[in-house]
Every structure is written in structure tokens, then in C-alpha cells.
Ligand binder design. Structure first.
Ligand SMILES: [Zn+2]
Ligand SMILES: [Zn+2]
Length: 818
């Protein structure tokens, strides 16, 4: 046993071990190893925003606790770490940082600046992941913006294309007019917005009119039909008749459409191309034409006639004014409705028609659902989000984006004959913007002139193959040994993107699910329980937390803050509590260390006292509970159990109950001191093993000081997880020990009530019980009771009680004489 440092400085300890661990290389995954089973984690590569926030702390603490637990369970753990670099937020951040517009410079130059910025942010976030004490294998680090990762993304595109699962087509798609790009369903958020319902008169041929309620009068020029429900008695007779669309000044037919809700507005609906997804469906069902009114920037185009050039908002105002002028606006009323908005900039999305590249995803819906059920979800109820999402999808996944900083699509078009040329698998990585196809000429017409595809791939197309890439696909021949991943950890907010895209792509590419289990974390709320945000003043930054409390305490906040998958608020009190707990553990261990200097771990004591056996039984029980909890990713249960046992059973009760034996072997005998030493040694080792996944630094430091010489593991984190010794669990012993602990507590209280110091001697203690067994237990522990409570004379009497009642034991009474 080494000696304890004079001062306790957890922050220094933590940083020391973070450095040492990396040098020791104990978290490296060994691909060649066959002797241990492997456990593979599909660490989500985060988007490098430069800010590793408390939500990340929660997520990474879960992952790391699981990784460390599995390592101690004897697994060869793969804990990789990558960075999901591409995407619009980076482009915008780059424009802001360098005060430029991306169109100001050639795309390649702009990409260079994006990379520069992302690399800076990665450095910041990597430092934070290390500071949190995560046992990442840093030899696995990758960046999706680098050509060696492009290769994976592009290869997956080529393979899906060869399977006929990727196509180019002109379809209605969701479009953000502010970001000027197509966006996928998963990127559309839904917000409740206040709007106005306009009741507009549409004239019939007979001079009468029908009134139609709409929130988007500016779309009148794109109205292609008017629909009523065929069951609606009010309007049945108009089906097939002609009606005039105001503003557009055009005649359209009134059609029957079952999906029209007779209760909305007047029950008469205008179908515009496109106001919403229902319009898209109606156009397909009734083979209607489409008139696109809005351009990529959100302005009205020439189809809008006199309103061309206006924004949709301006156009709405102008149209309403013109309707009023013509006396065609019956009334308006406020209306609250759900509006789809862009996930990034919150601009309401438009549905436009654009030629785009798609991946067929809807044909996999049944398979996605089947496999989702086969996956273990922590917690189980999160599975429903995936199923609901898969069921809700109307459209295939639009995978092309009109941006710059992204993986290029490996596609060219023959300038002469328009032939589409897709790269061959051995051409990638390739940037068609810089290189012609490797064949050099068009396979159809022989021309040597090509136009590159300038659209790029959706960022999710990069990140939705991580399970396979981590396993070693496509270069490692035996990648399938590590596939599917054992666990995919993620926030519940990205189940519909990350978990879903991984699933659908994996089924399409490999006909196999990507992961065996999904570990879900909730969101971190602000100090006031509201969403954490800088503007609400409830925001806490990680550097602030790390610099004050290091990592072990915040990690306990993360694991204990709530059930897995639930939202947890950030609470300084929780971190403060964890900090005090760690200090308590440190002090208890240092105290034990002093008394263990002459202890020989190879020598088992001949006999253990009741209170020793009581603690060891509880220790085995807590080991069982913590193991079960960690097996089921219930980190809060595991943390609570370890803390309760350590703080109360061990520090508050056991340590107090054996001090006399440790200090005074001349009075109580060497054998009893050895029994206490054995129990201390065994229990502290157990505590730090059980706590190691959650608070890895302090446990490593204690291990190295107290146990390394004997146990001989390089680190506690490669020690073997304790197996439960059932023979030590004994309910009777625990019951008896609980009674002794209760008496000790009662005497402490009694001294306090009598204004005596804790170490005040009691001249005589008389205990009464009518129960023979109770009397026996009390007699058995007489020495420890007397030693702990400084009782000079003690008597246990089998009789009806006199004096004070023992709390929780109405059968037991006592009289203490000072
Ligand atoms: Zn946007
Ligand atoms: Zn050609």
C-alpha cells in the first residue's frame, strides 16, 4: 500500500489519470483478439459546434459508464469517436466568422475555410470529451469531411444505386427558402402558429358562389381544383361543375375527395400546388396539373402574374387587398395551425417541385418496424417513436442538397447526350467537380465532355453508416464480426433521423439491422427546469462545471439525475452532493489506509464479528443490485445504490463501529482488529470497483494507492467486475446487524439530547427485550456496542422494557446512566 497524499485535489488527480490512461493505451480496441468477446459501441459522431454542452455530458457519461462496465465484465470494447462535419450550420458559421458570402469565392476555397473552422471546433470538443474522462479509443478518430470517409459515403451511394434503390426524379419536396435547399421529412419540425383564415368567394357559372376558407390566399394563382367531400349533402350537387378561381381568373372543376373535412372552414377546399402534403396527394390521385408559384428564394415567380417578385408574405397582403377590392373576401378569423418549419432556421417550409436524388426508403417500412421490435431499447417505450416515425413517412428520402460543404455525389452527365455516369466502386473517393469519370469518355456516345453533379449529399447520408464503418466496413474483410453494433447511444430527439436512417440504410445495404440495442438519453434542462438556453439565463457551460468540480462529480449528476431516457435538470446541488460524496469516500479510504499499513491481504481472519458479516452481506447485495442495474442501463439505480451503501452502511455505521478494534488491539485483541482490517479492505475495493464506471478518476487513484501492489491490474478499469459471493449474503445477519446499528444510532441521539459529547462515557447501559433471540444478538455484539458507544458496563435483560424505547423496535427499551 502506498501512502495517501497530504491534500485531496480531485482536479489534479483527474487530469493526471486522463494523461496516464492515454499513455497506457488501456482503452485500445484489439481487432485481432479472439480470447475475449467484443462489445461495439456506435458512438454518434457529434456535429462539431465548438460547444460540448451539458447534454453532451449526459450522453457521453452514459456511453462511457457502459463502456467501462463492459470492459470490466471482460469484453474487448470498441469505443470509437468520429466527427460529423458537413452541413449547413458550418457553412453559415464560416460565413459569419470570415465575414464572407459563400458565393464570394470558389467552392474549393470556401470548403477550405469550413474545414479550418471545423478543425478548430473539433479540438475544443475533443478536449472536453477527454476532460470528462471518456475511455475513447482515440486511434479510431475520423472526420466525415475527409476523403477517406467520403469513400465510405460514396461507396454506399454507388451500392444502393446498383441495387436500384436510388433514383433521380422531379417530385414535390420540402424546401427551405432561407437555406435554399431541399430538406428531408426528418428535418421538418412542426410548430403551432397563429394565422388567419380567409373566407373567399369562388363564383359559380350560375352566378352563385361557394365560399372557401384558406390560410394561404397568396396561393390562389396555383389553385388547380376545388374539392368537396362526396358525403357532404351541402355540396354534393356541385361535383363536376365549373368554378372560377378569383385572382387567377381561371375556371377549374369541382371534384369529390374523401379526405376533405366537412368541418374545416366551409367544407369546400381549394387544392393548390402546393400548400401542404394533402395537396400533393390530391394532385397524384386526381392526376391534376401543378403550377409552381414560389421560387427557391421564397419569391413569387412569373406564374404569380402581377404578384411576381413579391415574397410570399407580401403577396398574401396584396392578394387580400385585391380580394377586398373585388368584394370577394367574406370575412377573416384567427386560426391556429401546425406549420412545418426548417429544423435549422425555423422558416416555414414550402413544397416545391425540383429534380432531386432520392433513396427509396418507404419500401423498407415493414422491415424497419420488424427490426425495431427485435432491437432492445433502453428504455423500452422509446421504440414507439421509431415505429410512429416509420409509419408517418409519405415520401422517399431526398438525399441531394444544394450546398457546398458536403460529400460530393459521385455523378457526371455527358454534355453531349445527357447520359448519367455514376462512379464505379474503385473510383472513390472522388470529387466530380474536379475530376472527370475514370473511363474518360461517355459509355453511350463516346464524348469526352462532362458536366459534374454539383448537388451534394445530405449530411445524414454520411452519418447513417457509422455502425458499419466502426465495424471496419468496407476495408476490413471480417467487419461483419463486429456488426451489428452492440449498442447505438443517442438522444430521443434524433431517433427519427439517426436511429431511423441507420436502420433503413443498413437494411438496404446489408440486409441486416445496424444495432442490437439503442441507449436513449433525455435532454438536459436549465437550472430552473425550463429548456436550457443562454437567453433564459439558466444556461451552464461545461468549462464552468469542469473547472470547479472536475468530471467525477458531474458524471454522478448525469447518471443519477433521472431514469434513462428522461429529461434531467441541471442542478448545482446534485454536483455539490456528488462532490461531498467523493470527499467522504476519499477520507474514509485514507482513514482505512492508516489502519491497513500492516495488513496482509493474503491472510483471511479466523473469525468475523457480527457487524463485519453484516457489512459484507450488504456489500454482496449492493453488488447484485448495481450489476443488475448496469446490465439494464439503469445508471441512476446503480449510482444511488453505491452511494447509499458507501455513505450510510460503510462510512456512517461500519467505520464508527470498528474504530475501537482498530485503535486498541491491546484491549480487543489482534484477531478482532484483523477482522476489521479484512472487512475494510474488501469493502473499499468493492466500492471503488462498483463506482469505477461512473466516477473513473477517484476510483483509479484509490486503487493505485491501496490495491495495485496486491491486485496487480494495470488499472482498476481493466480489473474484473466482482462476482457475487452468495454465501456471504445472509438475511439473519443483516437483520441482526441492523439492530446493532440502530442501538448505536439511538445512543448517539441520547447523548445529544443529554448534551453530552459523542465520546462521553456511559457508566451503565441496560437493554431490555422480551425476545430471547434479540437478547442473544445484543449480547453477541456487546463488545462492539460497548467499544463504539464508550459503555463502561452493559447489561442485557430478558424482560419487559423499562426506560426509553428504541426507535423502530417497540420491543426494545434501554436506560443509559452517565
Ligand atoms: Zn432553413
Ligand atoms: Zn454521351
Amino acid at each position: 500500500m502506498k501512502s495517501f497524499p497530504k491534500k485531496f485535489n480531485l482536479l489534479e488527480i483527474e487530469e493526471k489519470w486522463q494523461k496516464n490512461w492515454e499513455e497506457m493505451g488501456i482503452y485500445r480496441f484489439n481487432r485481432a483478439e479472439d480470447s475475449r468477446p467484443s462489445f461495439t459501441i456506435d458512438t454518434p459522431p457529434p456535429y462539431p459546434s465548438g460547444n460540448f454542452h451539458m447534454g453532451n455530458v449526459l450522453n457521453w457519461t452514459y456511453i462511457d459508464a457502459l463502456a467501462r462496465y463492459k470492459r470490466m465484465r471482460g469484453y474487448n470494447v470498441l469505443f470509437p469517436q468520429g466527427w460529423d462535419c458537413h452541413g449547413l450550420p458550418t457553412e453559415i458559421k464560416t460565413e459569419e466568422t470570415y465575414k464572407i458570402k459563400k458565393t464570394d469565392l470558389p467552392p474549393a476555397e470556401f470548403v477550405k475555410l469550413c474545414k479550418q473552422l471545423i478543425n478548430k471546433y473539433i479540438t475544443i470538443m475533443k478536449k472536453a470529451i477527454i476532460r470528462l474522462g471518456c475511455s475513447v479509443d482515440w486511434t479510431t478518430e475520423y472526420k466525415t469531411m475527409n476523403p477517406n470517409y467520403w469513400k465510405n459515403t460514396q461507396l454506399s451511394f454507388i451500392q444502393l444505386h446498383k441495387k436500384g434503390l436510388i433514383y433521380k426524379g422531379t417530385h414535390p419536396i420540402s424546401w427551405c427558402t432561407s437555406c435554399e435547399t431541399a430538406i428531408a421529412d426528418a428535418e421538418v419540425e412542426h410548430e403551432q402558429k397563429e394565422g388567419t383564415l380567409h373566407y373567399i368567394k369562388f363564383k359559380l357559372e350560375d352566378g352563385n358562389h361557394l365560399t372557401i376558407a384558406t390560410t394561404r390566399p397568396e396561393l390562389l394563382p396555383a389553385c388547380v381544383t376545388v374539392a368537396v367531400n362526396p358525403q357532404d349533402e351541402r355540396y354534393k350537387r356541385y361535383i363536376g361543375k365549373n368554378i372560377y378561381v378569383p385572382i387567377a381568373d381561371r375556371q377549374v372543376k369541382i371534384i369529390a375527395e374523401r379526405t376533405v373535412d366537412p368541418k374545416f372552414g366551409t367544407g369546400v377546399l381549394m387544392i393548390c400546388t402546393y400548400g401542404d402534403k394533402a395537396d400533393v396527394k390530391a394532385v397524384t390521385t386526381h392526376k391534376l396539373p401543378s403550377i409552381i408559384l414560389i421560387d427557391d428564394k421564397g419569391k413569387m415567380n412569373q406564374n404569380a402574374g402581377k404578384y411576381a417578385g413579391l415574397t410570399a408574405k407580401q403577396a398574401k397582403k396584396a392578394v387580400v387587398a385585391d380580394l377586398e377590392q373585388a368584394d370577394l373576401l367574406e370575412k377573416t378569423e384567427p386560426h391556429s395551425q401546425e406549420v412545418g418549419t426548417c429544423w435549422r432556421c425555423k422558416t416555414p417550409i414550402e413544397i416545391l417541385e425540383h429534380e432531386q436524388w432520392f433513396m427509396k426508403t418507404r419500401i423498407f417500412t415493414e422491415q424497419v418496424k420488424k427490426n425495431t421490435h427485435e432491437v432492445t431499447w433502453y428504455p423500452d417505450n422509446m421504440k414507439k417513436r421509431m415505429i410512429d416515425w416509420a409509419n408517418s413517412l409519405d415520401w422517399d428520402w431526398v438525399i441531394s442538397r444544394q450546398r457546398i460543404f458536403a460529400t460530393p455525389m459521385p455523378i457526371w452527365y455527358c454534355t453531349k447526350c445527357n447520359e448519367v455516369i455514376i462512379a464505379e466502386p474503385d473510383w472513390v473517393p472522388i470529387d466530380p467537380r474536379n475530376e472527370p469519370p475514370k473511363t474518360g469518355k461517355c459509355p453511350k456516345c463516346g464524348s469526352t465532355k462532362f458536366t459534374p453533379e454539383t448537388d451534394v449529399l445530405d449530411t445524414w447520408f454520411d452519418s447513417s453508416i457509422t455502425c458499419a464503418v466502426h465495424a471496419g466496413w468496407p476495408d476490413n474483410k471480417d467487419w461483419q464480426k463486429l456488426f451489428p453494433a452492440d449498442v447505438h447511444p443517442s438522444g430521443y430527439d434524433i431517433i427519427r433521423t439517426w436511429a431511423y436512417y441507420l436502420m433503413v440504410r443498413s437494411l438496404a445495404l446489408f440486409d441486416e439491422k445496424p444495432y442490437k440495442s439503442v441507449l436513449i438519453n433525455g435532454m438536459v434542462l436549465g437550472t430552473d427546469g425550463r429548456k436550457m438556453s443562454k437567453s433564459l439565463g439558466n444556461f451552464v457551460s461545461t468549462p464552468e462545471v469542469f473547472s470547479k468540480y472536475g468530471a467525477d462529480a458531474p458524471r454522478q449528476w448525469a447518471t443519477s439525475g433521472g431514469a434513462t431516457g428522461s429529461d434531467i435538470p441541471f442542478r448545482w446541488e446534485d454536483i455539490e452532493y456528488a462532490w461531498r460524496f467523493l470527499r467522504k469516500l476519499w477520507n474514509a479510504s485514507r482513514f482505512a489506509g492508516i489502519h491497513l499499513k500492516d495488513y496482509n491481504p493474503n491472510q483471511k481472519p479466523a473469525k468475523l464479528e457480527l457487524i463485519d458479516r453484516w457489512l459484507l452481506s450488504k456489500m454482496e447485495q449492493v453488488t447484485r443490485k448495481v450489476t443488475e442495474a448496469l446490465e439494464n442501463c439503469q445508471f441512476n439505480v446503480a449510482t444511488d445504490e453505491i452511494r447509499k451503501f458507501t455513505w450510510h452502511s460503510f462510512c456512517d455505521n461500519y467505520l464508527e463501529a470498528v474504530k475501537h478494534r482498530l485503535y486498541q488491539p491491546e484491549t480487543y485483541g489482534n484477531e478482532k482488529r484483523e477482522a476489521a482490517q479484512y472487512t475494510l479492505y474488501t469493502t473499499i475495493y468493492r466500492i471503488i470497483q462498483l463506482l469505477a464506471p461512473v466516477s473513473p478518476h477517484i476510483t483509479e487513484e484509490l486503487y493505485q494507492i491501496m490495491f495495485a501492489d496486491d491486485k496487480k491490474h494495470e488499472s482498476i478499469h481493466v480489473s474484473q467486475w466482482p462476482t457475487i459471493q452468495k454465501e456471504l449474503i445472509d438475511d439473519e445477519t443483516e437483520k441482526s446487524g441492523d439492530l446493532i446499528v440502530a442501538v448505536m444510532g439511538e445512543i448517539r441521539r441520547d447523548k445529544a439530547e443529554n448534551q453530552k459529547p459523542l465520546n462521553a462515557p456511559i457508566q451503565k447501559l441496560t437493554l431490555y427485550s422480551e425476545d430471547k433471540e434479540t437478547v442473544e444478538v445484543l449480547c453477541q455484539a456487546e463488545e462492539d456496542l460497548a467499544g463504539t458507544c464508550k459503555i463502561e458496563k452493559m447489561e442485557v435483560i430478558l424482560a419487559k422494557g423499562k426506560g426509553k424505547e428504541l426507535q423502530g423496535y417497540p420491543d426494545i427499551h434501554f436506560i443509559a446512566e452517565y
